[in-house]
Ligand binder design. Structure first.
Ligand SMILES: Nc1ncnc2c1ncn2[C@@H]1O[C@H](COP(=O)(O)OP(=O)(O)OP(=O)(O)O)[C@@H](O)[C@H]1O
Length: 374
């Protein structure tokens, strides 16, 4: 499956733009702030029903306008499918497949998969556990609806339990029985969430390590570890042991909402001991593993969106990465870069065919299709 046509109206810095894409490699070249990432973000919208960068839909409307529209045509086997996304200020966002409006956006997720590798991924390393949990849960939720249900229910029950703890504190009494009403549901959902995260991480690790080894030419050993209080004690024991603490702090201090994922290089946290290039390689390997994982579960190739991928990587890693993505294993790829010469050198040295677009003054100009000279 590949995206063949993309049309934007009032999306971020684009008043109007139309692009015809190659089913293989597409490069978007232009100076800083030209709108390269915005093109990838539009495709991410079509896939995930939201922006990769700005969660407030209305802020993705071109300044001074009241709506944006993203339209697309996808080639799927012998057929074509259309996906429409419309956002109007003050109204519900509209998604359509083949002109039919979705009742629930969740029904669309997973049908047109995309994986973005972006400089903003570094938040996965630098920020707190919530970002990593959301990342892993986002991968799982794309193919496991039961997991998504458990996750949503867990979140609701947790809020209710926390509200009750707070309420009790303000009235100066503590009633364990009322709290226990929520515990049963929290435990049931939490156990399922833990089980699925554990299984997925176990399967994910070797794929991730394969990509890192490939990128680094087997130079460094990296790992990924699922950390959860539920490995040490049952959820029931955890809640029992945390009773006083929960009461004092007025929120639930234990559970799967405290889970984290440890990222290490040579046995040490990559956040502290990884160079910028190693951190970037780690993130690329995570995303490529995410790609392979989704491909095997959804049975369709995600579009690979590579934003500003070359920065901080040495030439060896850049070449291996480009060889990798131009392989048949990856389907359609979109790459952004500021440097036309670098793109030409990387692809032509490696005899890889690509379609180039130049972005200037908020418009996209298709410049050439380079056929590598063999
Ligand atoms: N809602 C909006 N309306 C108009 N312009 C917007 C809106 N949101 C973002 N922009 C503009 O989009 C531009 C950024 O685009 P983008 O991030 O795609 O640039 P880029 O080409 O990827 O740059 P870089 O090379 O620096 O990463 C900025 O000029 C920003 O002001």
């Amino acid at each position: 499956m590949s995206l063949s046509k993309l049309s934007l109206i009032n999306f971020k810095n684009y008043k109007q733009a139309d692009v015809s894409l190659s089913p293989d490699i597409n490069c978007f070249i232009g100076p800083n702030g030209a709108g390269k990432t915005n093109i990838l973000d539009a495709i991410y919208y079509l896939s995930m029903c939201k922006s990769y960068l700005n969660p407030v839909d209305s802020q993705n409307i071109l300044f001074g306008e009241s709506f944006f529209v993203i339209q697309s045509i996808w080639n799927k086997d012998e057929d074509q499918e259309s996906v429409y996304c419309g956002v109007k200020k003050g109204q519900k966002k509209v998604f359509k497949k083949n002109k039919v409006t979705y009742e629930k956006l969740a029904d669309h997720i997973g049908l047109f998969p995309a994986v973005m590798i972006s400089p903003y991924d570094r938040n996965l390393i630098l920020e707190g556990s919530e970002v990593r949990r959301k990342w892993m849960d986002g991968i799982i939720a794309q193919f496991d609806r039961d997991f998504l249900q458990d996750l949503m229910k867990y979140g609701k029950v947790l809020s209710q339990r926390n509200a009750l703890l707070k309420n009790m504190s303000s009235y100066g009494f503590f009633d364990q029985e009322s709290i226990s009403v929520w515990d049963e549901q929290l435990i049931a959902c939490g156990k399922n969430i833990h089980k699925v995260r554990k299984r997925v991480v176990e399967e994910f690790i070797p794929i991730f390590q394969k990509y890192y080894q490939w990128l680094s030419d087997n130079k460094e050993e990296v790992s990924l570890e699922y950390r959860s209080q539920l490995f040490d004690q049952s959820f029931e024991e955890l809640l029992e042991g945390a009773k006083r603490n929960d009461q004092r702090k007025q929120y639930t201090t234990v559970g799967t909402h405290k889970d984290d994922f440890g990222f290490t290089i040579k046995g040490h946290p990559i956040k502290k001991f990884g160079s910028q290039g190693q951190q970037k390689s780690y993130l690329i390997a995570l995303r490529l593993a995410q790609y392979e994982w989704l491909l095997s579960r959804l049975n369709r190739k995600p579009v690979l969106l590579l934003d500003d991928i070359f920065d901080k990587l040495d030439n060896g890693r850049v070449e291996r990465l480009m060889q990798m993505v131009s392989d048949q294993d990856f389907g359609q790829v979109l790459i952004t870069d500021t440097d036309k010469q670098r793109i030409a050198t990387i692809f032509e040295n490696n005899q890889i065919e690509y379609k180039a677009f130049h972005i200037e003054e908020n418009s996209i100009v298709e410049t050439e299709t380079k056929i590598a000279s063999v």
